[in-house]
Design a protein around this ligand. Structure first.
Ligand code: ADP
Length: 490
């Protein structure tokens, strides 16, 4: 079968002949078509209208009609889109005027054209509606297209911009010096390669407004790889840039403050260290002389004198403990977080039980400790933390034997620890105060310097966690703190 259809009709359109190709396309038999139907009977309603109103008169008047898009109707009813060529001729046998139609299937070509239009529309809508500015140029770098964003930012009407050199429409300067810089579109044309990204250039609009933009450009090549034009895509990052600048300034400020704080902290802990260290030797002297007094001048002192010396001794003991704690506190301050690592809290707890064995046994304390996790902390710090809390629960016990419950629960990137006791409890107004150095609620009946909890807070906060207390006077206290789950742990 030939690849084209052929139909011959009388001048009035009655079908004289139809070839196999056209019959098979239309799903018709020769018998039902030849001599029975009119050419227009094979067409869709639209095709028929075109035929009756235009084609038939043109054919009569001009003798031919070329490359006409004609829609036929097939059996079953589907549209067959064709390109048809009609020509008037005179039949050599009968001398009648006949019309000969040569028909090509145009479905594919028409579909292709439709698709092309659809893609073109899609592209146009996409380019117009995206939030970035888009400009395209021809191979000479003259503007072909500006989308709405590009038009807004540059202040150019796309119709007026068309044909102008890209650097006239999108005027770019460097961010710092303000010198004109080569348009990335021009560079993309010159280098036949993608250029630029995140480079903070300034776009100077027609009316002088300035925007910080990030831009990039790429060459447009045709299907043979020949340069056809360039596309430049850019976005207004003025706000982001301002934000970045403000953030950088704030960060610098913060760093400076942190450095100052670090320095003054170091000074302070060095001072505390030196002071506590230097206090030791006069204290030792006082202790030594009071012992000498007791030993060598017992008779001369008498009972009252001996009592006074014993008071001196007790006071120096307390002072000694205070200095010891002050030293510990200044040492913790000086320690660095970089010592933090993975530490098994269970093991730390075992060490604490061992260290405190004497007072645990003497007080009849029971410690009910749930499973404890591995946390990120410095090991010495963790032992100090646990030991202070357990020792406090025993020191500040009520009439009942101390009962200490220890739990740890996962909470996001942290483990949340809780040390609960059945001690004397703490009034709510002191919840914050007790974490400050040298702040004690209870008098001299319990030995201590008021350093323990401030040390605990330092250890926890230094490791990125927080610590707080919940308590009811007469019922007991709960000390809560968080420590980081080690990286990589579930
Ligand atoms: P210290 O125990 O040396 O006095 P801390 O800093 O450890 O110093 O504690 C500060 C104060 O907080 C204590 O003096 C005590 O009054 C109160 N305190 C601490 N732990 C408890 C507790 N478990 N129960 C009741 N009071 C407590």
């Amino acid at each position: 079968m030939p690849p084209f259809g052929y139909v011959a009709t009388t001048a009035s359109g009655r079908i004289l002949l139809a070839n196999d190709t056209v019959l098979s396309w239309l799903g018709r038999s020769r018998d039902e078509v030849q001599g029975k139907l009119r050419f227009s009977d094979l067409l869709t309603v639209g095709g028929r209208l075109l035929y009756e109103t235009h084609l038939a008169p043109i054919l009569i008047a001009e003798g031919c009609a070329e490359e006409i898009a004609l829609d036929f109707i097939t059996e079953p009813r589907e549209v067959l889109t064709t390109l048809a060529y009609g020509r008037q001729a005179v039949d050599s046998h009968s001398s009648d005027v006949v019309i000969r139609w040569t028909i090509f299937k145009a479905t594919e070509r028409r579909n292709y054209e439709r698709e092309l239009v659809a893609v073109k529309n899609l592209l146009k809508t996409t380019l117009s509606s995206i939030g970035d500015g888009v400009a395209t140029t021809d191979v000479n770098g003259s503007v072909v297209f500006l989308n709405d964003v590009a038009a807004d930012l540059s202040g150019w009407d796309p119709d007026l911009a068309a044909g102008k050199p890209i650097e006239e429409v999108l005027r770019l300067t460097g961010e710092d010096q303000g010198e004109p810089i080569e348009s990335p579109a021009r560079r993309a044309l010159r280098m036949k390669a993608k250029v630029g990204l995140e480079n903070h250039t300034i776009l100077v609009a027609k009316d002088g407004r300035q925007f910080v933009i990030d831009d990039s450009a790429a060459p447009i090549l045709n299907e043979n790889g020949e340069l056809f034009g360039a596309v430049m895509v850019f976005r207004d990052v003025t706000k982001r840039r301002e934000g970045e600048r403000a953030l950088a300034a704030a960060y610098r400020d913060l760093e400076q403050k942190a450095a100052e704080l670090r320095r003054s902290n170091e000074d302070l802990s060095q001072f505390a260290y030196a002071a506590s260290h230097d206090l030791r030797s006069p204290l030792n002297t006082v202790t030594m002389f009071s012992q000498l007094l007791q030993r060598n001048h017992r008779d001369g002192l008498g009972t009252d004198g001996m009592e006074l010396v014993s008071q001196i001794e007790k006071a120096t003991e307390r002072l000694g403990a205070l200095i010891q704690d002050l030293l510990a506190f200044s040492e913790v301050s000086a320690q660095e977080v970089s010592r933090a690592g993975k530490v098994d809290a269970q093991l730390a707890m075992e060490i604490v039980r061992n260290n405190l064995r004497a007072i645990i046994e003497a007080s009849g304390a029971t410690i009910d400790c749930g499973p404890l996790p591995v946390v990120t902390v410095d090991k010495t710090g963790l032992v100090q933390l646990f030991q202070n809390l357990v020792a406090n629960s025993i020191h500040y016990r009520s009439a009942a034997a101390p009962h200490i419950q220890i739990r740890a629960e996962p909470e996001g990137p942290f483990w949340h620890f809780c040390f609960r006791d059945n001690g004397i409890g703490i009034a709510a107004e002191h919840f914050e105060r007790i974490f400050q150095p040298f702040k004690r609620l209870h008098g001299h009946d319990v030995p201590g310097s008021g350093i323990g909890l401030s040390l605990c807070r330092k250890i926890v906060e230094r490791n990125g966690g927080r610590i707080w207390v919940e308590s009811v006077v007469g019922e007991g206290s709960e000390f809560h703190f968080t420590l980081a789950v080690p990286e990589g742990a579930a």
